[in-house]
Design a protein around this ligand. Structure first.
Ligand code: PMP
Length: 436
């Protein structure tokens, strides 16, 4: 069956034909590809067409799809049992691995870890924990940041809500929405003002370590450090969301990169997802023991999961993290620079106004004259240029994220041959963007 038939059939049984909105090609139009295989740097659809993949399952596939050692680890674990609903030795091994990697500037901010199954659960739990620990109700988030789909986090969120131009979600009560204060990103004065006015009610500030769900938009130098200082002055916690950036932009995430390059800062809680599970449903939150021990059964903040710490997922996570070596990060960085420069050159040759946005090896493009600082700037771009560009790339055998508001993901197996296949399609795609 081809993609059109499959999509029509899916829409009969699944809302919108997809199990996660961004997959529906909502802003670029056309029929989403139904994938049947992902291997290395390539994905294959139901029509048998192969594409060079720059989605990487939205982040996890850092080693390339179905990396043989990771698949073997999953198969070995599966043969011993799919789920125990009991503790396993491997869970502690993964927790130790995370603790040992997230170290920078002499700071080891993660003392304890809890494993969950999705990034949404990780951030939701971190927020409950912050409220339980501080005894306060309010949460501060930044416009354009996405932290998963729990009720309190959908106001002015990025990712699929940006793609579909939704200000928030139906079904969230006013009472819940009212407990989230949304501020412009990169604006430390706005944050200072809100702390001056309501500082004693704010439990936590949650921020993507570097925003990557409104396209890539790194924090201004020193912003994360200033944010932590301000929050701590007022007794609030900082939750650094590294679901997307963690173990992808460096062994110690974006936090490690930024601390190595700039002022040191210590968030109280971290959230992880995507790479930590190597493509299996696995995510985590971690931080200072004093705070983490507020989680049940050690403390009064409840959180649980039938499949938390699932042995097959944990095996994939360990196998992936063990293979995400310095050499792998060097290759990701090099591939990211080569590719983003090539795309930028192609746009420039066709006179398409754009800025390359980078956060470590993550990148995306904004169709604007100047680098954006926040969500308002990002939304003001010539976003309509992306759909024709995207489709020209797809027709040329390259699968990009189907939205201008998403990051591009390279992997350790995006070598020169793979990059060459992408670069060959760029002139035609840049022409399509220019003509839009
Ligand atoms: N936080 C960030 C920064 C994310 O990018 C995402 C997912 N893209 C999430 C949280 C939610 O993770 P999940 O989709 O696994 O629930």
């Amino acid at each position: 069956m081809n993609n059109d038939t499959l999509f029509a059939r899916a829409k009969e049984s699944i809302p919108g034909g997809v199990n996660s909105p961004v997959r529906a090609f909502g802003s670029v139009g056309g029929t989403p590809r139904f994938l049947v295989k992902a291997s290395g740097a390539y994905v294959t659809d139901a029509d048998g067409t192969e594409y060079v993949d720059l989605v990487g399952s939205w982040g996890p596939a850092i080693l390339g799809h179905a990396q043989p050692d990771v698949v073997r680890a999953v198969q070995d674990a599966a043969a011993l049992g799919l789920s125990f609903g009991a503790s396993t030795p491997a869970e502690t091994e993964l927790a130790e691995l995370v603790k040992s990697r997230v170290v920078a500037g002499g700071i080891s901010p993660i003392e304890k870890i809890r494993l969950v199954s999705t990034g949404t659960e990780a951030t939701m739990t971190a927020i409950r924990l912050a409220r339980g620990y501080t005894g306060r109700d309010l949460l501060v988030k930044f416009a354009g940041h996405y932290h998963g789909h729990s009720d309190g986090l959908l106001a002015q969120a990025g990712s699929g809500l940006a793609t579909l131009a939704l200000p928030g979600s139906a079904g969230v009560t006013e009472a819940t929405a009212g407990q989230t204060l949304v501020l412009p990103y990169n604006d430390i004065d706005a944050l200072r003002l809100v702390f001056e006015e309501r500082g004693d009610q704010i439990a936590a500030v949650i921020t993507e370590a570097a925003a990557a769900n409104m396209g890539v938009l790194a924090p201004l130098p020193g912003f994360n450090a200033a944010l932590v200082e301000l929050a701590h002055e007022h007794g609030a916690l900082v939750i650094l969301d590294e679901v997307l950036t963690g173990f992808r932009v460096s062994a110690s995430g974006y936090w490690g990169l930024s601390v190595t390059e700039g002022p040191a800062y210590q968030p109280d809680l971290f959230t992880f997802g995507k790479v930590i599970g190597g493509g299996m449903p696995l995510a985590a939150l971690g931080g200072r023991a004093e705070i983490m021990d507020y989680l049940a059964p050690a403390g009064p903040v409840y959180q649980a999961g039938t499949l938390s710490g699932n042995p097959v997922a944990v095996a994939a996570g360990i196998a992936t993290l063990e293979r995400a070596t310095a050499d792998v990060y060097a290759r990701l960085d090099a591939a990211s620079v080569t590719l983003s420069n090539a795309v930028s050159d192609a746009f420039s040759r066709e006179g398409v106004e754009h800025v390359v946005q980078r956060a470590g090896n993550l990148f995306s493009f904004v169709f604007a004259a100047e680098a954006p600082k926040n969500y308002v700037d990002v939304q003001a771009q010539e976003a309509w240029r992306y759909a024709p560009f995207f489709h020209a790339m797809l027709d040329g055998g390259v699968s990009l994220p189907p939205s201008v508001f998403e990051a591009w993901f390279v992997s350790a197996v995006h070598d020169d041959v793979v990059l060459g296949r992408i670069i060959d399609v760029l002139p035609a795609a840049a022409r399509a963007a220019a003509a839009a």
